[in-house]
Design a binder for this molecule. Structure first.
Ligand code: NAD
Ligand code: DAU
Length: 348
């Protein structure tokens, strides 16, 4: 029996991790701790809400007193920490929100964990979920490895880098057992439509323009979210304490290549004339400080723990589009209200 608190479990990646742990490990007690910000949505995990080994806790990691009481009462064995402000564009308009949640929130969680076990960490684990953006931007060649020096370029990336450093510092100073994984761009069901793929699926569906930043030649390495959740499961159970694991799809696309593939698949699925969606492409002002290229070397995870992605990008993208087309109510709910204000501010 293990008692695990997963933070950010109502968000995109967190909901897939919560589902995997709740269904695969009926002997574990899974606590989903989430503040339900604009990005958190209990509909993402409505299928497992009634499971006997699942409990939802609404709470904010910025609130140390709340965390202290919760951790003291529950005596969790492990933390899997995904809660974060996660969108680069929002970090450009409001960097402090990223410092507060991503840096201070992570420190609060570790402080509550330390306090609850009085620094006796036997059989305990703090698993911190991070991003490849901490490594900065690559030129045309090369890959991020676990030893690439940190060089974060956006307020979001800097806040994640700071939280990674804090986790390692707690490991060194207080002997808190930890693992960290740094993953590339995720895509799949339940991603909030502020990120490239769900935003563009929604816009194509509604015949709205597709705002491509700058020249569209920026490169990302895409990973299907379920494969990320499986990697987290593996690292949680078999990763070495104090280690870092890079997770990626071995799957690089420039934004324009990706968008053309998305347009072609959408034309076919919506029964539209070939080439009609790509006519919606509109080049807009570039993102400030836009990182040119990310690419992950995930060979350590493959070599040491035997993980590899399960799908091709074409397959994963097709499943993702199908999910968004089949889940119109989900999409309508998350794009009503505050989303319209955000969209106007970002893209008008
Ligand atoms: P998301 O924005 O979809 O979800 C974040 C979740 O955290 C939401 O449910 C939100 O309500 C919750 N949250 C935010 N602030 C909180 C707070 N103060 N207290 C409690 N809960 C709070 O994010 P995501 O894309 O699922 O990313 C999850 C994690 O994975 C993040 O740490 C992110 O940095 C990391 N990551 C994301 C990607 C990606 O491509 N999306 C890639 C690598 C790493
Ligand atoms: O690399 C991992 C990171 O990937 C995660 O840590 C972040 O949480 C996640 O948001 C993601 O960051 P990106 O900035 O790479 O993702 P985003 O979907 O915002 O953008 C992907 C690319 O598409 C990027 O080059 C910017 C571009 N873009 C994005 C949007 C929203 C556009 O051209 N137009 C857009 O409207």
């Amino acid at each position: 029996m293990k008692k695990i608190v997963i933070t950010g479990g109502a968000g995109f990646i967190g909901s897939h991790v919560v589902r995997l742990f709740v269904t695969k490990y009926p002997d574990y007690q899974i606590y989903n701790l989430d503040a339900l910000t604009y990005a958190g949505n209990l509909e993402n995990i409505s299928d497992i809400t009634d499971a006997a080994n699942y409990t939802f806790i609404k709470g904010d990691i910025k609130d140390y007193q709340f965390l202290k009481t919760l951790f003291q009462e529950q005596q969790f064995d492990a933390v899997i920490h995904l809660a974060a402000e996660s969108h680069v564009d929002r970090s450009i308009t409001d960097p402090n929100a990223f410092i507060e949640t991503n840096v201070l929130g992570t420190a609060n969680l570790m402080n509550a964990f330390r306090n609850a076990c009085s620094d006796n960490f036997e059989n305990k684990l703090f698993y911190h979920i991070s991003t490849d953006e901490v490594y900065g931007s690559l030129g045309k060649t090369g890959l991020f490895t676990e030893t690439t020096p940190y060089d974060p370029q956006s307020p979001y990336a800097a806040s994640k880098a700071a939280s990674d450093h804090m986790v390692r510092a707690y490991g060194n100073t207080y002997k808190m057992p930890f693992v960290i994984s740094n993953c590339s761009n995720n895509y799949g069901a339940n991603q909030f439509p502020e990120k490239l793929i769900p935003l563009f699926i929604n816009n194509i569906k509604n015949n709205k323009s597709l705002p491509v930043y700058g020249d569209g030649q920026y490169t990302r390495d895409w990973l299907y979210v379920v494969d990320h959740a499986k990697a987290i499961d593996l690292i949680f159970h078999e990763g070495k304490i104090g280690e870092t694991y890079n997770i990626g799809g071995f799957n690089e696309w420039t934004n324009l290549e990706l968008i053309h593939l998305l347009c072609a698949q959408m034309d076919e699925k919506l029964g539209r004339e070939k080439g009609s969606s790509s006519k919606l492409i509109t080049f807009v002002k570039d993102r400030a400080g836009h990182d040119r290229r990310y690419a992950i070397d995930a060979s350590k995870l493959n070599r040491e723990l035997g993980w590899k992605p399960s799908l091709t990008f074409e397959e994963g993208l097709s499943k993702t589009i199908d999910w968004y087309l089949e889940n119109e109510t989900w999409l309508n709910n998350v794009t009503s209200g505050a989303y319209q204000e955000y969209y106007k501010k970002m893209y008008s």
